[in-house]
Write a protein that binds this ligand. Sequence first.
Ligand SMILES: Cc1cc2nc3c(=O)[nH]c(=O)nc-3n(C[C@H](O)[C@H](O)[C@H](O)COP(=O)(O)OP(=O)(O)OC[C@H]3O[C@@H](n4cnc5c(N)ncnc54)[C@H](O)[C@@H]3O)c2cc1C
Length: 325
Amino acid sequence: MTRHVIVIGAGIVGVSTAIWLQRAGAQVTIIDRAGPGKGTSHGNAGVLAACAVAPVTAPGLLTKAPVMLMHPDVPLYLRLSYLPRLLPWLAKYLSVANDTDTKRISAGLAPIVSDSIDQHKSLTADLGLSDWIADSDYVFAYRTRAAFDAEAYTWALRARAGFTPELIKGPAIRDYEPALGQDITLLATMKDHGFIRDPGGYVAALAQAFTQGGGTIMKAEVKDFDLTGGTVAAVQTDQGAVACDDIVLATGVWSKPLMAKLGLSIPLETERGYHIIFGDATGGPSRPTMIASGKFVATPMAQGLRCAGILEFGGLDARPSKAPL
Ligand SMILES: Cc1cc2nc3c(=O)[nH]c(=O)nc-3n(C[C@H](O)[C@H](O)[C@H](O)COP(=O)(O)OP(=O)(O)OC[C@H]3O[C@@H](n4cnc5c(N)ncnc54)[C@H](O)[C@@H]3O)c2cc1C
């Protein structure tokens, strides 16, 4: 019997999960209140960041964070009005900013992300969408050698996962990437990475391939679940109930209230991020370049140069803050 699986959320996680379920023979319906690729999966830096095995919670964060929050040039922001709600989670978060937990988290991340380029290639190949994946280096640009050395712990974590950078210094920097100014004196380049030139468009193209393969996409807000004998028999939406055999919850940062309805209590918080697009920009970097001092990535995209990153704690509902921009 074909099982009917409902995937809630049409971001990159939901849509790619739906495609793999379809390949496994399930009848799949995706439900999203906004449509494919309109959430976080639209606004990111587009990097297929296989080497992203270093969590933010590195040793020393507890002492560094207050200084970072006070400094206007450090890309870490906190909405003070949100602090009371954040505190219980923040205490737990900071409690893992030690060597043992950081290495444990990093070892857990490695099998999830380190094959991401191959994963996107195997996702797209049979759908005729391989052109969406651009092979490239992933570059970290530093003003000084000292700034690179200050991140030695993070680089050691990446090396443990098999990612060791090639360093480029002096005039060779401009040969490699003419767009970079003289104040960049060291590049750490990661080979065999890749990026997406239009992350939202990519998810929309995957979603279209999913519907062409017989999948259904429904625009609705999921409100609740019908639980029978410990399994989900139907999903309750603002458009009515939809029966199912299984569900996949892929609602990203919005997952917490839905997980609560399923009896799951997960300590999930939002790391808000920002991007700016310099439309039709020319002469920018030709590959994703992490500007280390600003903790944002400059990526050449279909719409122009996108600078994306920054970390802000402020919950899900607040409007964009001026300071990060
Ligand atoms: C500034 C920034 C830069 C980033 N850069 C990178 C990068 O370069 N590389 C990288 O790998 N990652 C990057 N990320 C992270 C990456 O974008 C996210 O991890 C990823 O997009 C999450 O995908 P998702 O499918 O889980 O969630 P989302 O894309 O947010 O999708 C969740 C979907 O659920 C839907 N939804 C929520 N609640 C409901 C409901 N009740 N009913 C129906 N639908 C619902 C939403 O409408 C949304 O479409 C970045 C993030 C930010 C903010």
